[in-house]
Design a protein around this ligand. Structure first.
Ligand code: FAD
Length: 327
């Protein structure tokens, strides 16, 4: 009988698993004990990376290593992993919500004719069934769902699940299965890396600062970036700011942008439209600064300041510097 819980590895494209894998492996471990295995499709797996997956609780790492796995192509990855799933029949397949996993796991579930709980925010065993909770209607409601058959496939929202502690003594058995690699029908012609801001990635950051239309123009985001550097935060934006061309779309938070769930969200000049809330309402602590006391964001904020952000941001940054002794 199938018992293994598979965690598909999201990596940094340089041979290391991303730290969000600690959350996916941690949750799988909580549900399945020792039956947790990692599955890594990559063009270059590193020994260090395999060790890290073991330290996070994977008892086995399935390494599917082939040059054809980079760059990511759904039409190559899906049949390759579907073949291994057919052979090994895992009980569950989990992956973090990232741009490529969002697409890959949906396509894999369709190929397997299996159910998928996308963007899950809680998982629990009820008797013999796994029950997933996921936001619907832009986060207005939480839906609970379960699967009619295995494999139970789910993507897990980052920053929601408790990460596994890294246990240096634990190691994983390595398995290198051979699978058929289909020829790609598409070819990547050019890849342009975005210039890094030097700040954490939006969906992985523990602290996110968001600037809305109240920022008045692109030149003013520098004050948010200054604050970001002091407290180690990512800087995002509302759609109004993105549509105005002030920030690239990859920084947009919300229904048609990124979904984030940081420990701390700080919103400056963001009104709190439902579509923005859809992308950040599961943040643990929400702080809003807005000069309109009626702004809807105050309804979900844990702390609110009714004030001009151009006075509050520099004052807060100075205070953070003082507290963190970074002056
Ligand atoms: C299908 C659809 C999808 C959408 N998807 C998204 C999405 O993914 N993400 C998203 O964000 N939006 C999305 N929107 C747009 C959304 O409805 C709002 O229009 C948008 O979120 C508003 O952005 P904002 O809060 O920055 O701007 P506004 O609503 O204009 O709010 C600006 C706020 O700044 C305050 N302010 C102004 N000056 C200052 C100051 N000096 N100090 C302090 N406060 C100040 C104002 O009081 C105001 O509350 C979507 C809309 C639709 C229809």
């Amino acid at each position: 009988m199938a018992t293994a819980y598979w965690c598909i590895v999201e990596d940094d494209r340089k041979g290391s698993p991303k730290k969000v894998m600690a959350e996916v492996l941690g949750e799988a471990g909580r549900l399945a004990g020792a039956n947790v295995e990692a599955v890594w499709l990559t063009d270059k797996a590193s020994d260090e990376g395999i060790k890290q997956l073991g330290a996070w609780g994977a008892s086995k790492v399935w390494v599917l290593e082939n040059a054809a796995f980079a760059p990511y192509m759904g039409e190559v990855w899906v049949p390759a992993l579907a073949e291994l799933v057919a052979k090994e029949s895992p009980k569950a397949i989990f992956a973090p919500v990232t741009s490529r996993m969002r697409e890959f796991v949906a396509r894999l579930a369709a190929r397997l004719g299996a159910g998928l709980s996308a963007d899950s925010v809680a998982l629990a065993m009820e008797g013999d069934a796994l029950v997933a909770t996921r936001p619907v209607y832009a986060g207005k409601l939480l839906a609970k769902m379960t699967w009619a058959k295995t494999p139970w496939i789910a993507t897990l929202r980052p920053n929601v699940f408790k990460p596994a502690e890294s246990a240096a003594g634990k190691s994983a058995q390595v398995e290198k299965p051979s699978v058929k690699i289909p020829a790609a029908r598409m070819k990547l012609v050019e890849r342009r890396e975005e210039v890094s801001t030097g700040l954490p990635e939006l969906t992985e950051a523990e602290i996110v600062i968001s600037g809305g239309r109240g920022m008045k123009g692109p030149e003013n985001y520098v004050i948010l970036e200054d604050m970001g550097k002091v407290i180690g935060a990512a800087v995002g934006a509302s759609r109004a700011a993105v549509d105005a061309g002030w920030r690239p779309h990859r920084f947009q938070i919300g229904q048609t942008g990124r979904t984030i769930s940081p420990k701390l969200y700080l919103g400056f000049g963001v009104s709190g439209a439902i579509q923005h809330l859809a992308g950040m309402r599961t943040s643990k602590i929400i702080v809003a600064v807005n000069k309109d006391p009626e702004a809807p964001i105050f309804k979900i904020a844990d702390y609110g300041i009714v004030a001009d952000l151009f006075e509050v941001v520099p004052a807060l940054t100075d205070e953070f510097k003082r507290l963190l002794d970074k002056s």
